[in-house]
Design a protein around this ligand. Structure first.
Ligand code: AMP
Length: 252
């Protein structure tokens, strides 16, 4: 069973971003980037399935600029077998990514796609769902447990994190699954594996080679910083706290 894992290059979640002075976006010059954390979890899950003898090949795909090759190499260092960069300088939106992934699924014929539940830069949470819709495949989103019994299974069981509990679903394969935080704890890539990853195959194609137009359909009107929080106060006692909650905050 071949598994396809889309991985996005995002601003490192530990970096504090700054909004450009003209409000046109976030200043990305010389900023540290990394693999989207949920995609790291997705790669780890696919690699574990390969180690269990269930998956035969793990293919990682990124849609983005040349620099996304680093992101693919990071996924190859965790244990993926092969990378595909769909190279474009367009700031791609989820529907464009889903169309690119659909074209690659048609070509590569995986039986399972494991994506991240969302990219932590735009927080769109759309690509996996859109891909499943374009393919007409089953989907399991926000997955915190995935059970695949054997390579030729025609069903996969997933647990989904929903409000107040877990929902367990059986999905007919082929399917699209999106990884939530608790699915696993990704390993750190060892130095030998980082070195090995440099030699793994990585193809570069353009969206037009796949017949996909990735032109933007949305225009960003304005990006602004969240308002500064007001300073807090220390109250003398519970009576004063209740009085302030009642008369100032008006929440009780
Ligand atoms: P989003 O819908 O943008 O929140 O992204 C959800 C998931 O789709 C991510 O966690 C990735 O697995 C995948 N994805 C989104 N954008 C890209 C991209 N440019 N290249 C590869 N995968 C992507």
């Amino acid at each position: 069973m071949k598994i396809l894992v889309p991985v996005k290059r995002v601003v490192d979640p530990d970096v504090k971003v700054r909004v450009k002075a003209d409000g046109s976006g976030v200043d990305l010059a010389n900023i540290k980037t990394s693999i989207n954390p949920f995609d790291n979890i997705a790669v780890e899950e696919a690699v574990r399935l390969k180690e269990q003898g269930i998956a035969t090949e793990v293919v990682v795909v990124s849609v983005g600029s040349t620099s996304s090759q680093e992101t693919l190499r990071a996924a190859l260092a965790i244990g993926a077998d092969r990378g595909i960069l769909v190279e474009t300088d367009v700031d791609v939106q989820p529907l464009a990514v889903a169309k690119v992934l659909k074209a690659l699924v048609d070509k590569e014929q995986p039986r399972l796609v494991i994506a991240g539940k969302q990219a932590v830069d735009d927080d769109a949470n759309q690509t996996g769902q859109e891909l499943a819709a374009l393919l007409g495949w089953a989907q399991g989103t926000f997955v915190s447990k995935l059970v695949l019994q054997k390579p030729d299974a025609d069903e996969i069981t997933v647990s989904r994190e929903i409000d107040g509990g877990l929902e367990t679903l059986a999905l007919k394969l082929p399917a699209v699954v999106t990884a939530d935080l608790r699915l696993n704890e990704p390993r750190y890539a060892t130095l030998p594996n980082v070195m090995k990853a440099k030699k793994k195959p990585l193809d570069v194609v353009k969206p037009a080679d796949l017949g996909v137009d990735v032109a933007s359909r949305l225009t960003t009107l304005k990006v602004s910083e969240p308002p500064n929080r007001k300073a807090g106060i220390i109250v003398a006692d519970v009576a004063q706290l209740v009085e302030k909650l009642k008369n100032e905050a008006k929440v009780i």
